[in-house]
Write a protein that binds this ligand. Sequence first.
Ligand code: NAP
Length: 544
Amino acid sequence: MEVVTKKDVDVVIVGAGFAGLCALHKLRKQGFNAMIIDAGSSVGGTWYWNRYPGLRVDIESLEYSFSFSDELQQEWEWSERYASQAELLRYLNHVADRFDLRKDISLNTRVVSAIFDDATDKWTIETKGGNQIKARYCVMATGFLSAPNKPNFSGLDRYEGKQYFTTKWPDEKVDFSDKRVGVIGTGSSGVQVITEIGKEAEHLTVFQRTPSFCVPLRNCPLPPEYEKSVKSNYAEWRRREREESFGGWISVNYKPVRMVTKSALEVTAEERLALYEDRYQSGGLALYNVYPDVYTDMEANDTLAEFLRDKIRERVNDPDVAELLVPTGYPVLGKRLCGDSGYYETYNQGNVSLVDVRDESIEFTTKGILVKGVEYELDSVVFATGYDALSGALLRIDIQGSGGSKLKEHWKDGALTALGMMTAGFPNMFFLNGPGSPSPLYQPVLLCEEQSDWVGAWIMDMRNKGLTRIEPTERLEEEWVEHSTKVINATIFPKAASWYVGKNIPGKPSIGLAYFGGIIEYRKRCAEVLSSGFKGFKLSAARK
Ligand code: NAP
């Protein structure tokens, strides 16, 4: 039930995932009266809503965790190299208790609108249950992979079987043991859920539009010696994470590594393959840490793609099935690598079949799915069709800024932001891990820590100066979008139809969604906001 105990605060934070909890803790410590509002019945954000079988994070637990408290990072004992959803949810609940956050969190409360008042420089946040909360500042910690993408499949309304969504899995265990199951979607979520359902279902049919590049996660109980070595020098590990653009996957074979500085094309084929093999054997996302030009040059990129294509051919017994699973036509890393735990071997099982739908739309019948004139009868269909990423969760709330301007209108051609933290015309609203930020390729937990610090520092400075309103100029926003566009256009990323660039959703504009210029440049620009006296921002005090 919706219970909102506070009606007027300094800061409303929307979302009780990693970012929201972090912001609440940090802003409260600075003396701000802050509260979180979240639609879920528990804290956890993404790790609360997503609970499908097989779900675990693809960044090592010792890295994908808060660094703001050394006591916390020392005392929490991760059981596995890559934490499962259940363990992450336990961790975030522990954080909420340990830092006494719950008293300032309203759960079961969905925000439906946020409307800015130019006279008072305050937001009014309205909830589904009709509560209204006034706040000087609004911090949107709504998640960058939280708004589900539900494609409009033809005939779905007539399908009589059961439907499950990886983005909103039932609380209770679903038993697929005597069921004919179909899965649509072969991204990170699909790869994980397919592997698990394949172990159980009477028959599993996977409907694949685009094959992914998958690498073995090599999850295991957390090696005690590794945990000891990280914890004995955690500050140094965190420093290394923060220095790498792809912070969060710096560990290769349990040792921190840096990106190689050579070109993939200037070394011998043997040297290149040895490096790729080393990273592949290490497991997880270590293959992001190879040669820098795999991100910028298609020829260099293809050396890595070909290495991974061969791995697929080695792992799948039937050569025809293997060829269907081999990704072509887009660069490796252009879509996020999928960490797998036996995914390709699933297709060697007698109870699993693969249907290629790349040239064919999926059509539902009453009994199942029809593709190229063949009907697949299915008791259940699992949708692993991804997210309206980065901007989606924000655009699902009715956000009205200065003069009643609507965010939907402001962002109709792209997610325009300044530094991925604010947008022109929407004063006093901040985004954590939002569009225009480096979160897709950096480490979102570390990023939300830094972004919370910047928000805290900016609004503290304003408070000290008696100011009540901050917003970026349109010029700053244009500059940021221009810079971000220039940076991404020099990479391979626009060549893949991924959520990074919005191309996973028909008609979604690509502009401004993610920043691929690296954390170092990003951090420099964010730090300059305060040191330059808010250059590019408009600040003022309320008229009443
Ligand atoms: P995703 O990568 O966007 O994958 C969605 C899948 O659904 C794709 O295979 C897509 O095919 C397919 N699809 C969408 N619409 C379709 C349609 N109309 N017909 C047929 N197929 C359709 O989404 P995701 O798997 O949920 O992963 C999103 C991100 O979440 C990941 O990249 C990762 O960052 C994060 N994630 C991480 C983990 C982890 O840490 N292990 C787990 C899950 C998710 P196309 O490719 O052809 O569009």
